[in-house]
Design a protein around this ligand. Structure first.
Ligand code: GDP
Ligand code: GDP
Length: 449
C-alpha cells in the first residue's frame, strides 16, 4: 500500500483531516498537548485503490526540544517512506515560519507534496490564498476538513501523484528472509516507570526498527526489530509513548492501555520502578496490570527498572525480589530482570530472557515424554484434601503458546487447586516453560493405563 503522510504545525487540522479521509475517529483524542502527538496510522480507499495514511502529529522543524526526539525521528522515518506528503496549513492565517520551513524541507526532499490549505469555508476565503502560493507548492488544495469540502479534488490529486505500478513492484512479505516466528511484546506498567525509555532502548530508536506497521483494525503503530533469528514486534509503540497530562488520567490510561496492548501480545514486559520505596516496589496498579497479563495467558517478564538508583537507596536484588514476589504471587513463573533503561544497562540480558521465554512459550513436549514424566511423579507429596485425589492415566500437551495440557483422569470433577499447583510445579521442574502460564484441563477417561 502506498503510504501518504500528513505533516504540518499543530492546530492546522491534521487530525481532523486524518479522520475525514479515513472516516474514523481516533480512539483517544485529548485536548491535552502530547496526546495526539504520536504518529497515527489508518488507511483510505479511492477509486478502488487503497492508501495508508499517517498523521505525524505536531511536527515542527527545530522543535525537537518540545517533541520527544524519538517521535520526531520517527516522523522523519515516515517521511522517508512516504509515496506522497500532505502539507497541511491553516488557511485562516498567513503562512507561519514553520509552514515555510516545512515547505522548504519537503521541496528539498523531492517527495511529491500537496499543499492542503485547511479551514476554507467561503469563496471569499478561497480568493485570499495568494500568500500560500509563495510556498512554492502549487497548485493549492483548499479544503475544509471539518465540513468535508475539497476532498474529491484532493483524493484525485493524491491518486494522480502516486503511480500505480509501484504497488505491484513492492516485495511481498513472503520474500523477506526472516522465517523465525514473530514474537509480539507488550510493554505495560504504571506511568513513569520508564516504559518509553525502555522501548527506545529495545528498539534502539530508529536504528534497528526494521519497519513500522499500521494496525489494520486499530490506531496503533508497531515497531519490529530483527535480532539474531528472532523477530520482535513491540505492539502499539505510539500508545507506550503517549502521555496523559493529569496524573489521574495517566494512571487510568495506563491500565486501559495495558489491557489493550496485552490483547495483541505473546509476552508482557511488566515494568516496575526499582526506585519506588513503597509496597516493595509493587503498587496496587502494578498488581492490577500484572493480573491482566496472567488472566490473558501471556508470558510474563518482570522488569525492575531504574536499578541505577539501587546503590544510593541501599537496595539489593534478593531483598527487592523477595518483597516484590510477595505481592505478585500469581507471577511466580515469571523471571525477574533488573536493569536501567536510562543508562542502557541490562538491555542485552533482557533480550536474552525474551528470546528464551519466547522459545519456552512455543515448546512442545511429546506425549511419550510426558507420560515417562508422569510415571515418576510422586503424587503422595501433593497436599490435597481427602476426597480430591484423582488418578491421572495420561497427560498430553494439546497446544502451545501458551502450553496447554489435558489430563485424562478417572473422575469427572474439577482438579483441586493444590493438586493443579503441585502438578504445574512438577511439569515446570521437568520441562521448564519459563515465563509462560501453563493451562491444565481434565477429561474423564474410561481407559485404564
Ligand atoms: P492538528 O493539531 O493539527 O491535528 O489539528 P486538529 O485536527 O486537532 O484541529 C485543530 C483545531 O482546528 C480544532 O479545534 C478543529 O476543530 C479545528 N479545525 C480542523 N479542521 C477545521 C476546518 O476545516 N474548519 C474549521 N473551521 N476548523 C477546523
Ligand atoms: P513511562 O511513563 O513509563 O513511559 O516512563 P518514561 O520512560 O517516560 O520515564 C519516566 C521517568 O523515569 C523519566 O524521567 C525517565 O528519565 C526516568 N527513567 C526511565 N528509566 C530510568 C532508569 O533506568 N533510571 C532512572 N534513574 N530513571 C529512569
Amino acid at each position: 500500500m502506498p503510504s501518504i503522510v500528513i505533516v504540518g504545525r499543530p492546530n492546522v487540522g491534521k487530525s481532523t483531516l486524518f479522520n475525514r479521509l479515513t472516516r474514523t475517529r481516533r480512539s483517544i483524542v485529548g485536548d491535552e498537548p502530547g496526546i495526539t502527538r504520536d504518529r497515527i496510522h489508518g488507511s483510505f480507499e479511492f477509486r478502488g485503490r487503497r492508501f495508508a495514511l499517517t498523521d505525524t502529529g505536531g511536527m515542527v522543524p527545530g522543535d525537537e526540544a518540545e517533541i520527544p526526539a524519538a517521535i520526531f525521528r520517527q516522523a522523519q522515518t515516515a517521511l522517508a517512506n512516504a509515496a506522497a506528503v500532505l502539507l497541511a496549513v491553516d488557511g485562516r492565517s498567513q503562512p507561519a515560519a514553520p509552514d515555510i520551513e516545512l515547505a522548504r524541507m519537503l521541496q528539498r526532499s523531492g517527495k511529491p507534496t500537496l499543499l492542503v490549505v485547511n479551514k476554507i469555508e467561503s469563496p471569499r476565503q478561497e480568493a485570499e490564498l495568494g500568500s500560500f502560493h509563495e510556498l512554492g507548492l502549487n497548485p493549492l488544495y483548499p479544503v475544509s476538513a471539518e465540513h468535508g469540502t475539497g476532498m474529491e479534488e484532493l483524493l484525485q490529486a493524491i491518486a494522480d501523484r502516486v503511480p500505480q505500478e509501484k504497488e505491484a513492484a513492492e516485495p511481498t512479505p513472503e520474500a523477506t528472509p526472516s522465517e523465525a516466528p514473530e514474537t509480539r511484546i507488550a510493554i505495560v506498567g504504571r506511568p513513569n516507570v520508564g516504559k518509553s525509555t525502555l522501548l527506545n532502548q529495545l528498539t534502539g530508536e530508529e536504528r534497528s526498527i526494521v519497519s513500522e506497521v499500521a494496525g489494520t483494525t486499530r490506531d496503533a503503530v508497531d515497531a519490529i526489530v530483527a535480532r539474531g533469528k528472532g523477530r520482535y514486534r513491540f505492539v502499539d509503540t505510539a500508545g507506550i509513548r503517549r502521555k496523559g497530562a493529569t496524573k489521574l488520567m495517566a494512571e487510568k490510561m495506563s491500565v486501559v492501555m495495558a489491557r489493550k496492548h496485552l490483547e495483541e501480545a505473546d509476552i508482557a514486559l511488566i515494568v516496575l520502578d526499582g526506585s519506588e520505596a513503597a509496597e516493595g516496589g509493587v503498587l496496587a496498579s502494578d498488581a492490577t496490570i500484572a493480573g491482566y497479563a496472567v488472566e490473558a495467558n501471556r508470558s510474563c517478564i518482570i522488569v525492575v527498572n531504574k536499578w541505577d538508583c539501587a546503590p544510593a537507596l541501599g537496595r539489593s536484588k534478593p531483598e527487592f525480589e523477595q518483597r516484590a514476589r510477595e505481592r505478585l504471587k500469581f507471577l511466580a513463573f515469571a523471571p525477574m530482570v533488573f536493569l536501567s533503561a536510562r543508562e542502557g544497562a541490562g538491555i542485552e540480558n533482557l533480550y536474552g530472557v525474551i528470546a528464551r521465554v519466547a522459545r519456552e512459550r512455543r515448546k512442545r513436549v511429546t506425549t511419550a515424554a510426558m507420560n515417562r514424566f508422569l510415571a515418576n511423579v510422586d503424587f503422595s507429596r501433593a497436599s490435597v484434601p481427602a476426597g480430591h485425589r484423582v488418578r491421572i492415566y495420561y497427560l498430553s500437551q494439546v497446544a502451545v503458546a501458551p502450553p496447554q495440557f489435558v489430563l485424562f483422569v478417572d473422575r469427572g470433577r474439577p482438579l483441586h487447586f493444590s493438586y493443579k499447583r503441585f502438578l504445574e510445579n512438577q511439569i515446570r521442574k521437568a520441562f521448564g516453560f519459563e515465563g509462560t502460564p501453563i493451562l491444565l484441563k481434565t477429561r474423564v477417561s474410561g481407559k485404564r493405563a
